[in-house]
Write a protein that binds this ligand. Structure first.
Ligand SMILES: C[S@@+](CC[C@H](N)C(=O)[O-])C[C@H]1O[C@@H](n2cnc3c(N)ncnc32)[C@H](O)[C@@H]1O
Length: 245
């Protein structure tokens, strides 16, 4: 299925790539490549702080558990852990399981304040195969990460996230209409040759899923998954998925 969804236009179908981001490639002991990946994660943390994404995403997540007294929250693809840190800071009793599929990122998070926080557990976890019991969490949140996964794996995240958590919250890049998308890519391309963060940004944009793609992936995972979609175009897209039975 195209990233623009089953009904994507011909132009939209051209605006996608199977090329991997630096973050997705194994370092295999290559120190220079590992340094590039770390620089992307640091840049994500920095831009999240400066542009207020961490706070915005934390507010969206906390709204989803507003009715739960002591919520159990699972963060998937945490990268740097700043969203989990904000959630722990803002909610006095929430418990966070902070995870990423990348062992180096998990080690870096565990070495920081989250590693010794009394309400946080930091561990490696793959969002497509959650090591968690059914309904163990009130909320699973996956921020700026869903586009990393090709369609079969992305569908598994819907299945797994709504199995292990009562609600799965996906916050990800919007997929603009094709003409705007071309403009966005054109402005980023020159810098992408030099700056790893922009390189990954171009690929992320080409891999972002449209609302119709998200609906198709969820339906493929399980027709009993219900979606609420909001945002998009200039703000991140927000998806709240849960099972009706
Ligand atoms: C662009 S970063 C986002 C980091 C952070 N969530 C943020 O909002 O800045 C994407 C993250 O998704 C993680 N990731 C990719 N595939 C994953 C998977 N199958 N399961 C869990 N995390 C995954 C990567 O290791 C990376 O840390």
């Amino acid at each position: 299925m195209p990233r623009g969804g089953p009904d994507a236009s011909c132009l939209d179908r051209l605006l996608q790539t199977d090329r991997q981001e630096y973050l997705d490639r194994d370092s295999d002991g290559d120190a220079a490549h590992e340094a590039r990946k770390r620089s992307v994660i640091r840049a994500l943390d920095w831009t999240g702080e400066v542009f207020g994404h961490h706070e915005k995403f934390a507010k969206i997540a906390l709204d989803e558990v507003a009715e739960v007294p002591d919520p159990q929250i699972l963060e998937l693809g945490a990268g740097h852990g700043a969203l989990s840190a904000k959630l722990l800071d803002w909610h006095p009793t929430a418990r966070l399981t902070v995870t990423d599929v990348e062992p180096a990122s998990v080690a870096a998070i565990a070495a920081g304040d989250l590693g010794s926080h009394p309400r946080a557990t930091v561990r490696v976890m793959d969002a497509t195969a959650l090591d968690a019991a059914d309904g163990q969490f009130d909320l699973a949140v996956f921020a700026l990460s869903f586009h990393h996964l090709p369609p079969p794996a992305a569908a598994r995240v819907f299945a797994e996230g709504t199995r292990a958590a009562k609600k799965l919250l996906i916050i990800d890049l919007p997929r603009p209409p094709a003409p705007l998308h071309i403009l966005r890519i054109a402005t980023m391309l020159p810098l992408s040759l030099w700056v790893p963060f922009v390189h990954d940004g171009v690929i992320s944009s080409l891999r972002a899923y449209s609302p119709s793609a998200l609906r198709a992936l969820a339906a493929h995972a399980d027709p009993a998954i219900e979606l609420e979609l909001r945002g998009g175009l200039v703000s991140p897209q927000v998806v709240v998925a849960s099972r009706t039975r």
